[in-house]
Design a protein around this ligand. Sequence first.
Ligand code: CP
Length: 357
Amino acid sequence: MTDLLPAAVATALARVTPWDDAHFLTGLEPGLEGHNALLELAVAIRSEQQALARSRPLAGRVFAGMFFDPSLRTRASMAVACAKLGAHFLDLQPGTAMWTMEFNDEVVMDGTAAEHVREAAAVLGRYADAVGLRAFPTRGQWERERSQPVHKAFAAHAGVPLVNLEGPFAHPCQGLADALTLRDLFAEPAGKRFVLSWAPHPKQLPVAVPHSALWAAASQGMEVVLTHPEDFDLDREALALADGLARQSGGSLRITHDRDAALDGAHVVYAKSWGALSGPASTLGGHADVIASHSDWRVTEADLRRGAPARFMHCLPVRRGVVVDDAVLDGELSSVLDQADNRVWAQAALLLALLRR
Ligand code: CP
């Protein structure tokens, strides 16, 4: 297959060392070196996109995307990444066009679920060369959900690589695209200050994106500052992983509830909303109280212009006037469309690395 690849893509692909079991559940499976090799492959694919559209190196391959929760970017960008490489994207939506599914073992299936993951995943593994899965966590069950049990069940039974298209603990495709965007923004991201700032939102959103964003910045050797109100701590293991990546890449991780201090000197402000994982703030009423008292955590243009202007990042979708001002999203400092665009190239790199096996 490398015969069909432009030389720059073939060279970059050869540097991506296959990782054990080929699943992409946290995005950390390839290791720091493998992660950065995927980013270099993404850059090569982006540069050679016209040649790749002609050579179609993944012609005949199938990627099945299973979406238990809504998506615009992930679904569309994965379909486009497949199209760019000649693969077919199978778009599956359980509960609407598909049977509802059971994930627990040894249950009597006399409820609403019509099919067990053991058969569903195995059948998809017969049809597709890799399977993608989006499934958000059930709120209030963090100790169970943090291990991404639904994704692990699919991975165990599919018999082909499983790509996490956002789970409870991680959104690795977003993280890969965000790391690519940081490399695009700065010739040398290492040492630049990356501030991940909690932002208000009426819903208690998952923590997958903030986890993956921390890992993305830490993997690039950035000075990572995480700021959020008290009681909105991210998962302990996710923080430990970010700290480990930062140490490995020469960066750092600091956590503060002082948003003003965090924003001073920022090169990037990445806003993201999430719900508390435990404690009073994790209840509906507790969350509403925090939102009411922290509306000033919305990102404004003034937040970005405290020093050398900081770039604004957000994974989208975003609520204007709640998470961030219109002037920021519509202004020259916003990188949100570049982040969305990079989803295509990051995922194309991942597909090529997985499906060349
Ligand atoms: N950023 C992201 O994953 O967007 P979607 O939820 O629209 O897929």
